[in-house]
Ligand binder design. Sequence first.
Ligand code: ZN
Length: 308
Amino acid sequence: MRETIERCLAAGHAQGAPGGFDDLFHAPETAALKEEVVRAGRKLWERQYVDGNGGNISVRLPGDMILCTPTMMSKGDLRADELCLVDLDNKLLCGCRPQTSEILLHLEIYKAVPEARAVIHCHPPYATAHALAGVVPPGNLLSEQEIFIGPVALAPYETPGTPAFAATVLPYVRNHNTILLAHHGIVCWADTVTHAEWYTEVIETYCKTVMIARQLQPNLEEIPAAKIQEILALKQRWGLPDARLSAEPKAQPCAPAAPAKAHAAAARNGHHAAARNGHAAGQSARYRPEVEALIAEFTERILRLAEE
Ligand SMILES: [Zn+2]
């Protein structure tokens, strides 16, 4: 199914059929994703995670088309009709404004991580302060951080907007859904725009909380190792990336009985398991039924266009 979408889009592209992209860009399903991007942008701006025209958001559509924010726009003012559509080669396909100058960073992540359906780059002050200081926050201190993000990577500095900058995340991005960007900010990927925005909140709150806690007690006590193993077992069950899991791919025991809070998190995040566990089993198992329905509809539309 996915291959069909990609083949048909490629055929439309090769035949110079912009109407195919236009149809995708204006589809009702895409409109819903545009609204999700706009909502996330407003939250980033309201939480002061972006300043000026800073920050950018993207989401992967069927056929590896990428919906993204335009350049030179405040994320607090963004409207759904101002978003852009690009392909993985950064060719602007639709939109009334040029794409974000940081789109290369997003595209490298989409190419490297098939599970990544959405990417957000922003500059939240506490996490960015760690990136400026070259300090990776210590781990094993806060359960929310360990569950949703885990160990954080720090990518080296390169000039923003360049291919070299985009490539700085490649050594880390498969095993880290959140990366500090030296002298710059952060980038997060997830299965939805909303969840990528949640990760920006989780890492920012974590960096802030650890800084405050260290003022109260410089030597913070870690969550016991056995309890961290329980969290890792849950993450493995849900398919959440964690560098500690990839370092010990076959050492994880069967998941123990999860605490009540984790059960609640599991209920909230069952989609993560479907989205990411499925990656190991194959492309088709990655998506929720509603996503499959969306892909089916797009496929039908694109096949119709290809026949015209
Ligand atoms: Zn930036």
